[in-house]
Design a protein around this ligand. Structure first.
Ligand SMILES: [Zn+2]
Length: 96
């Protein structure tokens, strides 16, 4: 049985949305990335996730001027992500 548009939802950090509400979408972007174990490399620079998030918000705001509404960041939890980066969506730039 095919699903109607009203039952199909995309899970985002802002909650489920209809595919019709996605708008212009970047389908595979990483706010920050590093292969598993990056943080064990003593030569890796320390990451400041707040600064990374602030920079990402500024760049996403510019992309919104071109119609960006949704961004997919498929990073796994061991891919140098950080809960601080989740504040990007509640800040309101785009759905992720
Ligand atoms: Zn990727």
């Amino acid at each position: 049985m095919a699903k109607s548009e009203s039952t199909v939802k995309i899970n985002t950090v802002l909650g489920p949305i209809s595919p019709d509400d996605m708008g212009v979408t970047l389908p595979h972007e990483h706010i920050c990335s590093g292969y598993p174990g990056w943080n064990l490399d003593e030569f890796s620079p320390a990451l400041d996730f707040k600064t990374i998030a602030d920079n990402a918000v500024a760049k996403i705001e510019k992309a919104k001027a071109y119609g960006l509404k949704t961004m997919v960041d498929p990073a796994s939890m061991d891919f140098a992500t950080d809960p601080a980066l989740h504040r990007i969506s509640p800040a309101g730039p785009v759905s992720t």
